[in-house]
Write a protein that binds this ligand. Structure first.
Ligand code: SAM
Length: 277
């Protein structure tokens, strides 16, 4: 028996006009639509006049639902997987279903479209030649800071998803652990209150001060500057001058050198401590 096709389909991240013609056509043709939240997706389908059997597929039922969907695909039915917004499998459920479908010889077809990370990157004005997508950082501050410490020396642009309630705390942690890098906050992309904040972390923090930030957010953080590119010896020489000739405190010397060289504050601080020892 001929098996069905599994379509991994992107849906809009806000503006329904971002739905593609192809996505609408395929949704009209498939036998079954698997959605993260059926009530949420029903609205999308109604908007496009699509009436098809809908089943749920989300994080907590993905094992049981995955095998039911797989059976349908094996029987020859075609299924479209959609998430609440954007591209399935990107900080959204789906990869286990794709993996199992592939293992069972089922054709898996991407139906590309919106993805918040890619939309934010495209307008960031930051170097996008290489980037690393980390999705959501851990909720808890301790774990979040541990993760940021691991990412501190990353040489690629960092892409994060963040909830508005954690935004300020995360930005404060980023400034402290990474230093004052260039960054972008992309909020409510493609929606009425779309906003892009660009600048150093401290500037973005300043701009957000006293505001009650709402909505969905992507954070882009510029990579650690190559200290070698500006010369590690330049950092060391400047530190020596400020610390030992001019008698500055470690804090003042680090601030001045980081500002003058663009080297990450953390790196300069480590070097200052080494010199002091
Ligand atoms: N699969 C989705 C995609 O392709 O982007 C991401 C799903 S993830 C569960 C949801 C997160 O994506 C939000 O918390 C937010 O960080 C980001 N996001 C989704 N829509 C967004 C939008 N319109 N503007 C900014 N960020 C958005």
């Amino acid at each position: 028996m001929k098996t069905g096709t599994l379509y991994i389909m992107a849906t809009p991240i806000g503006n329904l006009e971002d739905m593609t013609f192809r996505a609408v056509r395929i949704l009209r043709e498939v036998d079954l639509i698997a959605a993260e939240d059926t009530r949420h997706s029903r609205k999308l389908l109604t908007h496009f006049g699509i009436s098809k059997p809908l089943t749920s597929y989300f994080d907590h039922n993905k094992n049981i639902k995955g095998s039911i969907i797989l059976d349908k695909l094996k029987e020859g039915l075609s299924v479209a997987l959609i998430s609440d917004a954007g591209t399935p499998c990107i900080s959204d459920p789906g990869y286990q279903l794709v993996r199992d479908a592939v293992a069972n010889g089922i054709l898996v077809v991407p139906v590309p479209g919106a993805c918040a990370a890619i939309a934010a990157l495209s307008v960031s004005g930051l170097p996008t030649d290489s980037f690393v997508f980390e999705g959501f950082l851990p909720n808890r501050q301790g774990k979040r800071r541990e993760k940021l410490a691991v990412l501190k020396e990353e040489k690629r642009l960092l892409v994060l998803y963040e909830a508005p309630t954690r935004l300020m705390a995360t930005l404060l942690d980023i400034r402290e652990i990474f230093g004052d890098r260039d960054m972008v906050v992309a909020r409510e992309i493609s929606k009425i209150y779309e906003e892009l904040l660009r600048g150093r972390v401290a500037e973005v923090l300043h701009a957000l001060q006293g505001r009650q930030v709402k909505g969905e957010i992507v954070l882009l953080i510029a990579p650690a500057k190559e200290v070698a590119a500006i010369g590690e010896d330049v950092v060391t020489e400047l530190l020596q001058r400020y610390l030992f000739t001019e008698g500055d405190s470690v804090k003042d010397a680090v601030r001045k050198v980081a500002l003058e060289t663009g080297a990450p504050k953390g790196t300069v601080y480590d070097e200052a401590l080494r010199l002091k020892r």
